[in-house]
Design a binder for this molecule. Sequence first.
Ligand code: GTP
Ligand code: MG
Length: 393
Amino acid sequence: MPINLNPEAAAEWDKYLEANTIEEQIMHLERFLGVVVKHKGVENHLRMAKGKLKKLKAQRAKLKLQQAKTRSGERWLVPKGEDAQIVIIGTVNSGRSSILNALSKSEAAKIGTYPFTTVRPEVGSITAAGARLQLVELPAIVDGSAQGEMSGKLVLAGIRNGDCVVIVLDLSKDPVDQLKLILKELKTGKIRLNTKKPNVTIEKVGSGSIQVFNSHFFQGEGKEAIIDILRAKGYTNVIVRFYDSTSVDQFLDALDSTITYLPAIIVASKGDSEGSKMNYEELKKFLEDSNLQMQVLPTSAARKEGIDGLEEVIFSQLGKIRIYTRNANGEVAERPILLDQGAIVEEAIEILSKKMLKFFRFARIWGKSAKFDGEKVGLERELLDGDVIQVFA
Ligand SMILES: Nc1nc2c(ncn2[C@@H]2O[C@H](COP(=O)(O)OP(=O)(O)OP(=O)(O)O)[C@@H](O)[C@H]2O)c(=O)[nH]1
Ligand SMILES: [Mg+2]
């Protein structure tokens, strides 16, 4: 533990280290992040804590999933078997199976001229510079999916289980209609795309009524409004801390721990069909006008256009970096380890071997973050996508 932590934060960090359950670890990490006084000297520590919190939450979700599975006996959700899971969604007949097959260079998913060809998840896999991505095509989203129409609840659960969403929009029909429908269902299903999780912490306490810190970040009608919202939601004893500018909607989202935040891109399909150019332009205009930050990639699975390189765009959405290890013989591993963007040398070694971390002397790095090939660095150096690392312990 760095000695430059404020005592409140240090105490929470110690409790986190001593915690026995995932729930407790999450609680103390969240509290730690809530009380830590931020300054340059704790930046990397903070980033590490955030990374750990994210992993613990993922672990908790996975556990819940497994429990849910054994209860119902249905193996509808695809367990994560690769570095990341990419879910391919869209309205009926939009071309999802064709995109899945084109990307994974297989004929595995059935393509039908009739609607609802895909009624259960179809799985494929691809690599992006060594990182393995699992592709899961989910059954079509329909009007009412969020209410359970056409296995809608399972489709939405499948999306929440993913790490990134690929929305397939059919350019032979009105893509704006399709997108509006999908966004509506996802919103009802408590899934937010390309939206940053609100930077607010909400800590329930035993007593002390409602305390609000940094309320100037709240864009609503002042501190009273915050308290009104909290009371209306049934909070009596709670500490709320704002760290960033937060709208009323964002604050409401922050109070709901069941909301899932995911990155997303649009793959516009059937770019070879009649009218597709015009539809594509309209889609782009709609995105611009509605201020939706979502990348659109036009493709044609039929002509195999726009498919090459798609895996790199998908990978870049994950917020991960690929780090390749180099052994004593100078051989570089084909398969990278995946770390969160902003990760430091210490986090890479932690994944490789905890023992190595204990006996760490220095590391050498090659790539974007190295000032020169084989630069000698310590544990605190930040890594960038594609870096090669050799550890000396
Ligand atoms: N012209 C053209 N047609 C395509 C393209 N991709 C798919 N299609 C056609 O669109 C129809 C649906 O394709 P699928 O890939 O099965 O679409 P889907 O979204 O998986 O469909 P469901 O699973 O039934 O919802 C089929 O008739 C395909 O031949 C394309 O790039 N160009
Ligand atoms: Mg299909």
